[in-house]
Write a protein that binds this ligand. Sequence first.
Ligand code: IPE
Ligand code: IPE
Ligand code: MG
Length: 249
Amino acid sequence: MSNLTEAVDKNKIPKHVAVIMDGNGRWAKERGQNRLDGHAMGVDSVRATLKAARELGISYLTLYAFSTENWSRPKDEVDGLMDLLVQSITNEIDELNENGVRLLAIGDIDGLPEKCSHSLKQAIIETAKNDEISLILALNYSSKWEITKAIKSIASDIKSNLIDVDQISGELISSYLATKGIPDPELLIRTSGEHRLSNFLLWQIAYAEFYFTDVHWPDFGREQFIQALIDFQRRERRFGKVSEQIIAD
Ligand code: IPE
Ligand code: IPE
Ligand code: MG
């Protein structure tokens, strides 16, 4: 075990870590390469981060892989990303099963090209029984899409007399989101220096700790992930209370 891994407090492992994987394009540009080369390299970072998360006992790892806004990118890049998605899922499925990784997806999956939604749904079925860690891919995802959809479903269920207006609570709203049944992330990591959320998990990260690093996603791996975790573990999460109350607990 490396010194860095030993520095992790095994009693303070978050259940759920979410990551905005950013900087593939800049990583490629800095090397005079095509943006798609950066995305391809990013797959190795996914593998390394997933392995570290699994070994540390994290139960859920959510990765923002494609936002609803990303459709606005040049067609070549969007097509390349979709091909990379299918290719990665196909290549990784055996390893996911060997390592007990359950694949899940949040986002408008039916809005993806058929070949993507098909391989994704297949991989979700084939890994459904795994219980070491859940890897949640946010694909064709945006928080405003998710919340809008939830509000429509709640309104429709009220209209059909399935629920009453007075039953609307934070808990009920959570149960209408794509992340239903999944605990909220305690830690949100964004790579590559931008300090924004880009329409990611707005409801679920109400009390998450944020960790920003300048490292581009293709340069992110086990060491950077553990550093984020150690930083998270040093923080005092007060949830509105004062420090003395937290210490007394
Ligand atoms: C993140 O890297 C991957 C996706 C959004 C799909 P970017 O492609 O956003 O990389 P930068 O931000 O342009 O460097
Ligand atoms: C956010 O990254 C989406 C993903 C990581 C998939 P972007 O690079 O698309 O975010 P913005 O547009 O710069 O905020
Ligand atoms: Mg970006």
